[in-house]
Write a protein that binds this ligand. Structure first.
Ligand SMILES: *Cc1c(COP(=O)(O)O)cnc(C)c1O
Length: 375
């Protein structure tokens, strides 16, 4: 089951090495010396391309990587990355030996998981101890321990297991990107009580995603899990101002595959929902919802030669149509995300129109669109 990458089509995701490097360096400059930055490269580096982004992040000073699933960590190891890797989502305990062999740390949210992983590891010859990070559910309601006495008992159990190495403890905030910090503070207090219950402080105590690292700088601890901001996107959307300049790493570009003059009244695309209001130049862009350019983007726009061009008619699976201000031939550049002349379309603009967040637009771009590193 592979989505073929359309390398011969002009539709591309361009990824700026310079922007990612800049964003990481800005973040690093604000961390104290003991705080490490782990680059969050889950979901194909939020749609920017796992291996390329991992390389850029490593060169820019990241000390490790966070991924969502074990397979993403294995892909990094297969590509010979040797920095520490932490999986953020719960992995079946049966997979503990594979993670241990590849030196990939796993999160743990209950003692039962530890007991099962311990049995699996003990039954596997020549496997090193598995690094684990105790997940604390301080109010996100997703994964992790919730009560101090329960985490204390689990940590004590892990201490007795030669198969397990408690390397970290962490939590995740639900509202770090909001101006009102009252819920954040509640979660923070809950986490501190959980940390205090441990028999000893693990090497990595970490609580910060991008938003926390930007707007709650007192809580950096030993590591930040730096995701969306690395890609130059503001975690809060438009709500809070970034403490440093962010450079968006992603552009989405294409070229007109076809262009024609349609007479007044001519219909465009499925359902014939659009009719030319007069004689109109209509261009076809070779990208569609199978590429992650959602159907609901009908009525949004792209840029051609510095001009805003409306997306007319329904977005198809592989193509959509735009209204051009005048004749432009097939082969003309089209900017879907990025700058053209004085105009710019950001992932935030696309997300606003699609009634979602930029995270979802970026990681919704499918494998059919090649990722190309520039500068
Ligand atoms: C995805 C994720 C992050 C990164 O979040 P950003 O908002 O992209 O910085 C950090 N921690 C956990 C647990 C995550 O799941």
């Amino acid at each position: 089951m592979t989505m073929v990458t359309a390398n011969l089509r002009p539709t591309k995701v361009l990824v700026s090495k310079q922007a990612i490097t800049h964003n990481i360096q800005q973040a690093l400059a604000r961390l104290d010396d003991k705080t490490r930055l782990f680059a969050v490269v889950k979901a194909d580096a939020y749609g920017h391309g796992l291996l390329n982004v991992a390389k850029i992040a490593q060169e820019a000073g990241a000390s490790g990587f966070c991924v969502a699933v074990l397979e993403e960590g294995l892909a990094l190891r297969a590509a010979h990355f040797t920095l520490p890797i932490l999986v953020l989502g719960i992995v079946p305990p049966e997979m503990a030996p594979i993670a241990a062999v590849h030196d990939i740390a796993l999160p743990v949210g209950d003692q039962e998981w530890m007991q099962q992983a311990d049995r699996e590891l003990a039954a596997t010859p020549d496997v090193p101890a598995l690094k684990i990070h105790l997940a604390v559910d301080s109010g996100m309601g997703r994964i992790g321990f919730r009560e101090p006495d329960v985490i204390k008992q689990a940590a004590e159990f892990a201490e007795q297991c030669a198969t397990l190495d408690v390397e970290g403890i962490f939590t995740h905030f639900a509202t770090a990107d909001e101006a009102d910090s009252s819920y954040f503070d509640e979660q923070s207090q809950h986490f501190n009580a959980m940390l205090a219950a441990l028999p000893k402080r693990p090497r990595y105590v970490h609580v910060a995603n991008s938003a926390t690292s930007m707007w709650h700088t007192a809580t950096h601890s030993d590591m930040v899990r730096f995701g969306i901001t690395m890609y130059g996107l503001n975690p809060s959307g438009r709500a809070l101002t970034s403490p440093y300049e962010l450079q968006p790493a992603m552009q989405v570009v294409s070229k007109l595959s076809f262009s024609k003059l349609l007479p007044k009244g001519a219909a465009i695309s499925y359902g014939a929902t659009y009719h030319a209001k007069q004689a109109e130049w209509i261009g076809t862009v070779p990208m569609g919802y199978a590429d992650g350019w959602q159907r609901r983007l009908q009525g949004f726009h792209v840029l051609v030669d510095g001009q805003v061009c409306e997306i007319v008619g329904r977005v198809c699976m592989d193509q959509f149509m735009i209204r051009l201000p005048h004749e432009y031939p097939a082969g003309t550049d089209v900017v879907l995300v990025g700058k053209s002349g004085d105009q710019e379309i950001t992932l935030q603009d696309v997300a606003d129109y699609a009634d979602t967040i930029h995270y979802e637009i970026a990681c919704g771009l499918t494998e059919r669109v090649p990722r190309v590193v520039i500068d």
